[in-house]
Design a binder for this molecule. Sequence first.
Ligand SMILES: Nc1nc2c(ncn2[C@@H]2O[C@H](COP(=O)(O)OP(=O)(O)O)[C@@H](O)[C@H]2O)c(=O)[nH]1
Ligand SMILES: [Mg+2]
Length: 479
Amino acid sequence: MIDFQSLPPPADDPRPLPAPDTETIVAISTPPGRGGVGVVRLSGPCAFAIARELFRPAGARIGGEVQGQATFGRFVDAGGETIDHGYLVLFRAPATFTGEETAELWAHGSPAALRLLVVAAVKHGALPATPGEFTLRAFLNGRIDATQAEAIRDLIDARTAFQAKVAHDQVRGRISAEVDRLKDRLAGIIARLEASIEFGEEAEAVRFMPEGGPRPEARALKAAIETLAGTYERGRRVREGASVALVGAPNVGKSSLFNRLLEEERAIVTAIAGTTRDVLEETIDLGGIAASLRDTAGLCEPRDEADAEAVRRARGALLSADLLLVVLDWGRPLRDDERDLLGEIDDTRSVIVLNKVDLACRLGLDEAMRLRRRYGALEVSAKSGQGIETLRLRLVQAVGSGAVAEREGIFITNVRHRDLLLRAAAALARAEEGALRGVVDECLLLDYREALDRLGEITGDVGIDGIYERIFKNFCIGK
Ligand SMILES: Nc1nc2c(ncn2[C@@H]2O[C@H](COP(=O)(O)OP(=O)(O)O)[C@@H](O)[C@H]2O)c(=O)[nH]1
Ligand SMILES: [Mg+2]
């Protein structure tokens, strides 16, 4: 659980404190379905009052709950009927996730009982929350910035431990801190340029201007911004995962390898060519990157309509995948269409395996050697498991684009951040170009300010119009 109480409120935050007439919102905050525990969350000025209407403490006087501590009791509907029993926890503003008074009702995870609790809260004056509204309030109340709000969504959606770690780092403000450093450098350049415009070259601030004016610093800053934007490709894979398609001729063992890598008998395997027709898709964890592994039909001359569609889908998977796992058969010579396939593929995004090495080599040792040299082909056996761990490592390397070593480095995972960084860099490029053409400093300043605005938009301190559309509407209700 993230300790939001330890997040310091941003200093001199321009955003206003919640107005006392803000509505109090309510939602079920645990996932839909049955579970041991289910949580209903209330946030807003009347959260405590409404929660107390819904709660009868066991053995203690009403209103005797200690904030931040769980009090045991019964939950009742508007007519006083018991719905469930559990704990009431009160969190006093502003050190709460939303920055508002927050009450949590920890009941059993019965969808029916939790819905009754929400209905009862609404009867007492709460409004059902819209998706992401708790996080939106946290943002509006200055508890978190835009990157942190986005990272909360990523954390909730994370499918691998590494994805969760990266998202959590961002929730703790890792991207914001990096962007703030860039903003500070840019603000420094702007301040010195403004001083030199206003007071001339003798001004105090200008004396600290590096040799050659602000241009070299602006160039270095632009490079730093572009470098950060360039981490997106890898970040995107961490966040969204990568797709790996198994392709090859019929019967080479694609489905068997698919099952091996998944460690379950997911795909049907038979000795009959053309067993797989639909593209099967499952997620595997490749060094922290969630990879969707796709098993496809063998690429061959179709015998009927279903075959034709199967081959069409296999080709579609082949074209759209981030990485191809091309399977060849150690137990027979290469076919012509396999040679064609090898000629077609982009070997920077392909891993070639020679499957069935438990059998005698009929591929030809010379051919095997050539494939090893040319493509780094790996010898594996889906049947015995030989070579599978080496294959797994190769896949990890390939989807992480060899970046396993730089896992600790900072990288962005969000396309909104990348676009804003690129727009900031473009504004700096315009300034540089302008400077070369001898444009006056007053005009250069406009470009620098534009760059600063774009950086500010990343963390959400400027240009937050439409922020709900861009960031919060993809949340689930109760977050
Ligand atoms: N000996 C041996 N047979 C295998 C191996 N992998 C798959 N097979 C067999 O090859 C046949 C086709 O396998 P399958 O996975 O359905 O191939 P696909 O058509 O490429 O999906 C089946 O009879 C499998 O048991 C392997 O590594 N060694
Ligand atoms: Mg198959």
